[in-house]
Design a protein around this ligand. Structure first.
Ligand code: AHM
Ligand code: MG
Length: 342
């Protein structure tokens, strides 16, 4: 039997090799992974547990919360509060930041998450997931314990210490980067361990597969429409090849496919709500996914700028997202530049 590497062993070995995973960060990743295991179990119960349906509340962005959104949020908070590795947390499902209670020691890190991404897919038994991003709490004076504030979270994605997601699909998988490439772990339900099943994941630079919600086509901006029109024109068109299309409506599942076999994912700005920069949230959706994609050799922009360079101004800020196979992302970004006359 081939030797199985657990998440813990992987983290210890990575620390020995690169020195990027100090004790608090390792504890944080292990606690998040354990919380994701609990969420995977809840998701798996479906109608046999008390987990399906709406919770009867709305989140800060005016979206209806499902029971599983709330359960997943609570599982992540409860799991992460007491370990001494975190100063505070922020989530899609909470208006403001959640500071670690005084009864526990405060740690060095900030954790941001979308506890259950793709929640429109819960009832139809299609893959959903948890997305997370880890930042270091900034210090003005390293000798003093300073209170944590929302401003501490407003760091560009390039500052992330780690990022990842867990996809709850036919298999539950945890996909992680600490800045040294991307690794994938599969949940062994018999032993309860996350087992390393792919390392040095790479997104091919070219692809013939795009992912976008085509029903919004009439609302798109010209550069996005141009790119998709050219894909649809197939072999006879300017690209000289046929393209395939996929849209799961769970970002975790779409990004997981792209990390596995390449592709381009777009949730661009559109004219439905022109004041909103996009649908997806910068800090706990676009940034962690962009970090993973870049670490796998892909690219991620908002059409104008690398997503990881965007300076956040608000906790729940939205952003236009174009990510995946490098040459395709660069093409769509170039179409935006040309449209601007640049
Ligand atoms: P959520 O965090 O409320 O689940 O919303 C984010 C999801 C993404 O996972 C997915 O890419 C997108 O929304 C799907 O949007 P649409 O339903 O407009 O296709
Ligand atoms: Mg989401």
């Amino acid at each position: 039997m081939s030797k199985r590497v657990s998440l813990t062993q992987y983290l210890v070995e990575q620390q020995r090799l690169h020195g990027h995973i100090p004790g608090q960060l390792r504890l944080l990743i292990e606690v998040v992974a354990r919380a994701c295991k609990r969420i995977a179990i809840a998701v798996n119960k479906g109608a046999l547990g008390e987990v399906m349906g709406v919770a009867g509340t709305e989140n800060v962005q005016g979206e209806v919360q499902k029971k599983l959104d709330i359960i997943s949020n609570e599982v992540l908070i409860e799991a992460n509060e007491w370990g001494g590795h975190l100063a505070a947390m922020a989530s899609e499902e909470m208006d403001t930041i959640h500071t670690v209670p005084n009864r526990y020691p405060a740690g060095e890190y900030l954790l941001l998450f979308d506890p259950l991404d793709g929640s429109s897919n819960i009832e139809v038994n299609v893959s959903i997931g948890t997305i997370f991003s880890v930042l270091k709490k900034p210090h003005d004076n390293p000798d003093e314990i300073e209170p944590v504030s929302e401003a501490d979270f407003l760091q560009p994605g390039s500052q992330q210490a780690a990022a990842g997601y867990c996809v709850y699909g036919p298999q539950s998988m945890l996909v992680l980067t600490v800045g040294d490439g991307v690794a994938m772990f599969t949940l062994d339900r018999e032993t309860g361990s996350w087992v390393l099943t792919a390392e040095n994941v790479k997104v091919p630079a070219d692809t013939k597969e795009f992912a976008i919600n085509m029903s919004n086509m009439r609302h798109w901006d010209a550069p996005v429409k141009r790119y998709v029109d050219e894909c649809l024109a197939g072999q006879e068109g300017p690209r000289g090849k046929d393209f395939n299309m996929r849209w799961v409506a769970s970002m975790v599942a779409d990004v997981h496919r792209i990390l596995t076999r390449g592709g381009i994912f777009m949730y661009p700005w559109d004219k439905r709500e022109p004041d909103k920069p996009g649908k997806l949230r910068l800090l706990y959706e676009a940034n962690p996914m962009s970090f993973l994609i870049e670490q796998a050799g892909g690219a991620a922009t908002n059409g104008h700028q690398r997503i990881l360079d965007v300076q956040p101004e608000k906790l729940h800020q939205r952003v236009s997202v174009i990510l995946g196979s490098k040459n395709e992302v660069e093409r769509v970004t170039a179409y935006h530049q040309e449209a601007k006359g640049g």
